[in-house]
Design a protein around this ligand. Structure first.
Ligand code: ADP
Length: 405
């Protein structure tokens, strides 16, 4: 079964074509600057990268061109587009409506549109991608896989804010959490690597990238996560503040003469590592400068690690125990020093010992704790696209079975 995975942003489409009989990636790429001057496609096939400059006015034009590349004489991996059996779409917000992946029909699409008020920057872009793909591939099933779905298992005590309950009743103001597809993949892989049933494990999954969130996963179910109503809550990130006292918003509105929207933009785009250092949002720059003795970068790096450690501690308490703490995403997978400092400075009381040699690893599945460590410390590179393709395959196969009955 061949499955196309699409992750549509407002001006970009990330795509992967997978052969799900072997879970092999046949081709992948990125359409960028859609509707903007300088649009192009970065297309990868057979280990080669091709950059194709092309005017791309909208998502449908971009996707149509990507599909033509799949059967192209030079870049092609398919004889015909009929070989594509299904399409899996990443959708950011599923609200309280979607606790798992679903086959997209008109009703589902309407519900996604209704949920756009919760994710005005993301859901409309995801929907554009779905509309373009269903237009171009109308005869195959399209499946929606939601970033929030995995966290729908959170109990009320995790997802309710202690604010007047009517705001939850009226507007569904609550914690939703994001990166769910990544946390779900990490939990499954962790159980496989440890040779255990995920139902018997308490896992803290640390998705530490430019955007970052931590999830407490008890028995395979998310019971808490650090992002909330929006991805702004939780850890200090590349450009996001993470947790702050909400009274700061009103204070800045008054003192700086800003609108609330401007303050929220500052908290999303100009805060976090960028705000603290005034220069860098990329953790490689901050890490390099911190090691070289730059005090500002050292402080930013300390804050970054400290927030991660605080969430790990609180989730060990939430679950009344933890078996494995797992690092994933850009920084989590690729920064041995961050993992080492967190383990050594903050996690010793849990009986965690890091094996420095094993920890000297980037982007590779590894148990980085010592044999006698009470809790496993691990690196598990995430793979959201594969998870989307697996969900898509499962739903398509189930539907086929139902049709046969
Ligand atoms: P997102 O998907 O949220 O944009 P990623 O998961 O791709 O983010 O992570 C990007 C982050 O990972 C950047 O801050 C980048 O600097 C960091 N990163 C990548 N490689 C390394 C490395 N070798 N050491 C430290 N940080 C790294």
């Amino acid at each position: 079964m061949k499955i196309l995975v699409i992750n549509a942003g407002s001006s970009s489409i990330k795509y992967q074509l997978l052969n799900m009989d072997t879970e092999e990636v046949l081709s992948m790429g990125l359409v960028e600057r859609i509707g903007i001057e300088g649009s192009r496609i970065v297309h990868r096939v057979n280990g080669e990268k091709h950059i194709i400059e092309k005017e791309i006015q909208d998502h449908e034009v971009g996707l149509k061109y990507v599909l033509s590349l799949f059967t192209d004489s030079k870049y092609g991996v398919l004889k015909s587009l009929e070989e594509i059996d299904a399409v899996g779409h990443r959708v950011v917000h599923g609200g309280e409506k979607f606790a798992s992946s679903v086959r997209i029909n008109d009703d589902v699409l309407n519900t996604m549109e209704m949920l756009s008020f919760l994710a005005p920057l993301h859901n409309p872009a995801n929907i554009m991608g779905i509309k373009a793909a269903t237009e171009l591939l109308p005869n195959v099933p399209h499946i929606g896989v939601f970033d929030t779905a995995f966290h729908q298992s959170m109990p009320e005590k995790s997802y309710l804010y202690a604010i007047p309950y009517e705001y939850y009743e009226k507007y569904k103001v609550r914690r939703y959490g994001f990166h769910g597809t990544s946390h779900r993949y990490v939990a499954q892989r962790t159980a496989e690597i440890l040779g255990k049933d995920v139902k018997d494990l308490k896992i803290i999954s640390c998705h530490i990238g430019n955007g970052a969130s931590i999830a407490a996963i008890d028995g395979g179910k998310s019971v808490d996560t650090s992002m909330g109503f929006t991805p702004l809550e939780g850890l200090a990130m590349g450009t996001r503040s993470g947790d702050i006292d909400p009274a700061i918003v009103d204070f800045l509105i008054k003192e700086e003469g800003l609108t609330s929207k401007e303050v929220i933009t500052i908290l999303n785009k100009k805060s976090g590592m960028l705000g603290l250092t005034k220069k860098y949002s990329d953790m490689r720059d901050i890490e390099d400068n911190a090691i070289a003795g730059d005090k500002v970068c050292r402080t930013a790096f300390d804050i970054y690690e400290y927030k991660i450690a605080k969430y790990i501690g609180s989730y060990a308490a939430s679950m009344n125990g933890v078996d494995a703490i797992v690092f994933t995403a850009g920084v989590g997978e690729n920064s041995p020093i961050m993992r080492e400092e967190i383990a050594e400075n903050y996690l010793g009381y849990l009986g965690i010992n890091i094996n420095k040699e094993k920890n000297n690893v980037r982007g590779k599945e590894t148990i980085v704790s010592t044999e006698d460590s009470k809790i496993k410390l691990m690196v598990v590179p995430t793979n959201e696209e594969l998870m989307i393709a697996r969900d898509t395959k499962e739903i398509v196969e189930k539907n086929l079975d139902e049709l046969k009955l």
